[in-house]
Ligand binder design. Structure first.
Ligand code: GUN
Length: 292
């Protein structure tokens, strides 16, 4: 069994990005600049954004953090998005989700100039991804593609099962795995109303679990030798940890690791890759790679 080490892969990719930034600046070019907008004080979001700012430093990027309290109005936030769209010093930016209930996330996402949408959430980027045009691809599916590629997992002609159909993981993942230029695989998408779920999973050469249910994938759902990618990061109470919780994946790792040919751990698998892919998208934004 191969342990797919997302932490080490992310470290390597960040070093590659930093080397590219050093080349750009040596030629008199400017450092990529990422801005992040954080609303409120949600613990998870604070940690994500802090880590995004840290990753910018590691990659040699400029970063700007813009904070609002929970009571910011939608109009104020939309005005901030408009300012960032117009700010030529900012190559790309993200608005950290979730947003407070009184703000429409969709309206905010659609207000972002798709040429600066390094999260790849804008419908223009989602649509371009679906038809194979150059665009920003959202971080989690992009990170999974990189993990598979960099660990020599053959995808072409293989059977890939995606568990989950969310807009940010399941749907784009299935779309990418199906496309010739990315996964070139045969793809099945399973969800809460799918029948014969165990049998369908057992047919997978590559099983990507993104349903947010801790330990859902058990050993009897995995074909011997299959590659198992665990996207789950559910916080489960654990009084023995200093924080009072631990992260639990969608896969019963201890049991599945003896059946799988390769598997990602949680934490240390897909998670570290996502911030790293945001850095890759920001580098692309700085270089005007997709929207010259
Ligand atoms: N919240 C959780 N993941 C993400 C992400 O990738 N981007 C943004 N903007 N918010 C998130």
């Amino acid at each position: 069994m191969t342990l797919i080490d997302g932490k080490a892969t992310a470290r390597t990719i960040k070093q590659e990005i930093a080397a590219r930034v050093a080349e750009i600046t040596a030629r008199g070019g400017k450092r990529p600049h990422l801005a992040a907008v954080l609303v409120g004080h949600d613990g998870g979001s604070e940690t994500y954004v802090k880590n995004k700012v840290l990753a910018c430093k590691e990659c040699g990027f400029e970063s700007t953090l813009i904070r609002y309290e929970d009571d910011v109005t939608e109009d104020e936030l939309l005005a901030c998005v408009a300012r960032l769209n117009a700010d030529d010093s900012v190559d790309g930016f993200i608005v950290q989700l979730p947003l407070p209930a009184h703000i429409s996330e969709q309206r905010v996402i659609e207000a972002i100039d798709h040429r600066k949408d390094v999260d790849g959430f804008h419908p223009v980027n989602v649509g371009r991804m679906a038809i194979g045009l150059p665009c920003y691809i959202s971080a989690t599916p992009l990170g999974i593609l990189q993990l598979l590629r960099r660990h020599g997992v053959e995808t072409s002609g293989k059977h890939c099962v995606v568990l989950g159909r969310s807009n940010i993981v399941g749907k784009p993942m299935a779309s990418l795995m199906m496309q010739k230029q990315y996964g070139d695989a045969t793809v099945t998408v399973l969800h809460s109303h799918s029948r014969d779920l165990k049998e369908e999973c057992r047919r997978a050469d590559i099983l990507i679990a993104a349903i947010g249910r801790p330990g859902f994938v058990t050993a009897d759902m995995v074909k011997p030798g299959a590659t198992v990618i665990d996207v789950g990061t559910t916080r489960v109470a654990d009084p023995s940890r200093p924080r009072g919780y631990r992260l639990s994946g969608d896969v019963d790792f201890e049991a599945v690791k003896d059946v799988a040919g390769a598997i990602t751990p949680v934490p240390g698998g897909v998670g570290p890759m996502t911030i790293c892919m945001l850095m890759l998208n920001t580098l692309a934004a700085g270089e005007r790679k997709y929207y010259p």
